[in-house]
Ligand binder design. Structure first.
Ligand code: SF4
Length: 716
């Protein structure tokens, strides 16, 4: 292995260095150089690395330089995974070309988005031949076809070279795009009649010869999970084989992995699969089964029997759904925990799972009999098992059979929940519009992700660098490391380091918290929040992000503050009123606006300058009881004699608190206030852990009235 020359690479980021000279707003940052040095070691020493880099450290150049030099020197691919498309694009379009321009040698980088972002030519062809669509949808398909194959000069549409949805000049409906986009289990790969023109195969070919591959966490997990489940580490799976990995925005990998290693179903999904098999349109029979039957000898026509089986599955799925919704009750949630009375479930829930299981197996058995035992009359009288690619409908049907059988597996696991201690099993109500047509989702999630993450990410790769603004608690990585399985790798070198933000927090940020506010569990707390959120936002003149831990509390404060703020010309925006992207655009485009939000807005909001001068954290972000995954993991800690509050609730809350605090300062010239309305920050011993996790700032720990004065003096 050719080792990296640390001195040369670090020099590129120092003042007058080759990379520094190409950056328009370069500022020397010691923490960036220190981070770079650590990552160089991770490559040279085949080590795992955890790095917490505060906002403004310039982490992307600190990992791109070693990654790109290592890839060139060793002819080894380096995969860089991020959580957001924004960061992927910034790396691919700006940062990588900038570093490449300093290297003197050509370096090949490729951006691979999730599979669903690309057009599948075979599915497009299928939809054109048997459109399950109305006229306007069909017109969209025609435009996509033009874009894919031969956009004429007169057309607004340019012919695409990549098949990426982002290149389309219009936004197709979700239904249309989901009918023509690539899906892993529907892909025929090298057996596909469209393989020569296929965008996905072309992209994979490009990735084979790339030095740097930029992906998102979902695609990374699709690859890692397939390798972990037996595809091996030497072959191309979703990505070409690799040994060196950089995970940016690494604090999100647990969530990405949770959704990837979970399995779920709902009646809506079952209905979708069934209607792909068979549906009626304007009195005509349509669907894959019709195409399958056309391939059979005319003496065989099992359609009526299959349609009856499909109807039975529909009925069973509906009955299970109704029963689950009733059990979920007003909470909208029900977990099959060890504490739940099994006799109740045996009587009231399991019969519906079993009935659905039985009916699905009946249909899939019939289809398997057909596809495995009969001959394809269109080809050479060979069984479908050998000629399944002669008509892609056979392949699609087999995929649907596998998906339906996956549902029977979940049904089985739910009925044997006592034996599945390593799984978290729950049902959750999803609301249809106007609370009508609600449906239940049945989910199975691993209780402990650490072994899966350890075996799929950290054990098999020589270098794994995890970078984020929030991985450590008081410079200690053990909470994150144990959740992600880095701890139990005795033969691996693990490096870590915290690299503070170079931003002037001590002069540019005021942290205010009232000493006279009720605690969250005391009477009057919500009234206090309702008044305080409005008063603080009006003092700041808008430019405020108000963060909540519950939608109920958000709504109450929003309603209380709206009219007062509107009379001052401050526009109030509320999460749930519009989709996240548009809401953020509105917030960013109006510096006098005020955004009331929960959950996902605690991170990923990048509002620099005057767009955000005040962040209000209404309550310390402890997880609210009721989250089934969190509750199950708490119980597991308790069962092994641990302290769930100290080991789970508190560290998670501190991590989220840091994310919320981090929304304020996005550029070094930013200036503003973080107001925390939760008195536990000062009154409880554990409040210290929250305070210690923040950079040093100016403070106003005083009565609320004095907080207001201090904020006014600080801002104006
Ligand atoms: S190879 Fe797969 S993604 Fe490509 S056109 Fe064929 S089915 Fe679609």
């Amino acid at each position: 292995m050719a080792k990296l020359n640390a001195e040369d690479i670090i020099a590129a980021l120092k003042e007058d260095g080759s990379v520094a000279n190409r950056l328009t707003s370069y500022e020397p940052r010691q923490s960036q150089l220190d981070l770079l040095a650590l990552i160089i070691r991770a490559f040279n020493e085949d080590a795992l690395c955890m790095a917490e880099a505060g906002t403004g450290v310039g982490k992307s150049f600190a990992y791109l330089l070693p990654a790109m030099h290592f890839a060139l020197a060793n002819k080894e691919k380096v995969v860089i995974s991020t959580a957001t498309i924004t960061l992927q694009q910034q790396l691919y379009e700006k940062d990588i070309p900038l570093v490449a321009s300093t290297m003197g040698e050509k370096i090949k980088a490729v951006l691979m988005k999730g599979r669903g972002n690309y057009l599948c030519l075979r599915r497009l062809d299928d939809v054109l031949h048997e459109p399950p669509l109305d006229e306007s949808e069909y017109n969209e398909v025609l435009k996509i076809n033009e874009w894919a194959h031969s956009a004429p000069l007169s057309s607004e549409t340019q012919k695409t070279n990549t098949g990426s949805k982002s290149e389309l000049s219009f936004l197709p409906s979700d239904f249309v795009w989901s009918s023509v986009c690539s899906e892993s289990d529907l892909c025929l790969g090298i057996h596909c009649p469209w393989k020569e023109q296929c965008f996905i195969l072309a992209l994979r070919k490009t990735a084979q010869s790339a030095d740097i591959i930029v992906v998102n966490h979902h695609l990374l997990f699709a690859d890692l999970a397939a390798r972990y489940q037996g595809a091996g580490y030497e072959n191309s799976v979703v990505l070409p084989p690799f040994n060196r990995l950089i995970i940016d925005e690494a604090h999100t990998i647990e969530n990405a992995a949770t959704s990837f290693f979970s399995a779920e179903f709902a009646r809506t999904g079952i209905f979708k699969q069934l209607s792909k098999l068979f549906h009626k349109r304007r009195g005509n029979n349509r669907g894959l089964l019709i195409r399958l039957i056309a391939l059979l000898p005319s003496s065989i026509d099992p359609l009526d029997e299959m349609v009856a089986a499909i109807e039975k599955i529909r009925t069973c799925a509906e009955e299970l759904d109704n029963c689950a919704l009733e059990i979920c009750g007003t909470d909208g949630l029900f977990r099959l925990s060890p504490a739940v009375d099994e006799s109740f479930l045996k009587k009231n829930l399991f019969p519906y799972f079993k009935a659905l299981n039985k009916e699905i197996k009946k249909l899939t058995g019939m289809i398997r009999d057909l596809t495995e035992n009969f001959e394809d009359k269109q080809t050479t009288k060979t069984p479908f098992t050998q000629t399944e690619f002669s008509d892609p409908c056979v392949w699609e049907i087999k995929t649907i059979v596998k998906r339906l059988e996956g549902i029977t597996e979940i049904c089985d696991v739910f009925c044997k929940y006592k034996k599945h201690e390593d799984d978290i099993l729950w049902m959750e109500k999803q609301k249809g519009s106007n609370n009508i047509n609600n449906w239940a989702v049945f989910t199975r999630t691993p209780l402990d992700l650490a072994p899966k993450l350890k075996d799929s990410i950290f054990a098999p790769n020589k270098t794994v660098v995890c970078v984020s603004a929030t991985l450590a608690l008081n410079d200690d990585f053990s909470f994150w490391a144990s959740n992600c399985g880095i701890e139990n790798l005795p033969n691996r070198k693990v490096l870590s380091g915290c690299f503070p933000s170079p931003f002037p927090y001590s002069s540019a940020v005021l942290l205010a918290t009232p000493t006279d506010a009720p605690l969250p569990d005391e009477n009057g707390y919500q009234d206090f929040v309702d008044k305080a959120a409005g008063s603080l936002s009006s003092v700041a003149g808008g430019s405020a992000l108000v963060l909540f831990t519950s939608y109920q509390s958000l709504t109450s404060a929003y309603l209380a503050a709206k009219s007062e703020l509107s009379s001052l010309g401050i526009r109030c925006l509320k999460q749930g009123e519009d989709d996240r992207t548009r809401l953020l655009q509105d917030f960013l485009s109006d510096t006098k606006s005020c955004l009331f939000a929960t959950d996902s807005f605690w991170e990923g909001v990048d509002a620099p300058g005057d767009t955000l001068r005040l962040v209000i954290i209404c309550r310390l972000p402890f997880r609210t009881p009721g989250d089934p995954v969190f509750e199950a993991r708490r119980e597991a800690v308790q069962k092994r004699g641990g302290n769930p509050f100290m080991e789970l609730s508190l560290p998670q809350a501190v991590m989220k608190f840091k994310q919320g605090f981090g929304r304020l300062m996005r550029r070094s010239a930013d200036r503003g206030v973080v107001a925390v309305l939760d008195g536990r920050l000062l009154k409880k011993t554990y409040g210290q852990l929250f305070l210690q996790s923040l950079p040093s700032t100016k403070t106003s720990f005083d009565s609320f009235n004095n907080n207001i004065n201090d904020i006014e003096n600080f801002l104006y």
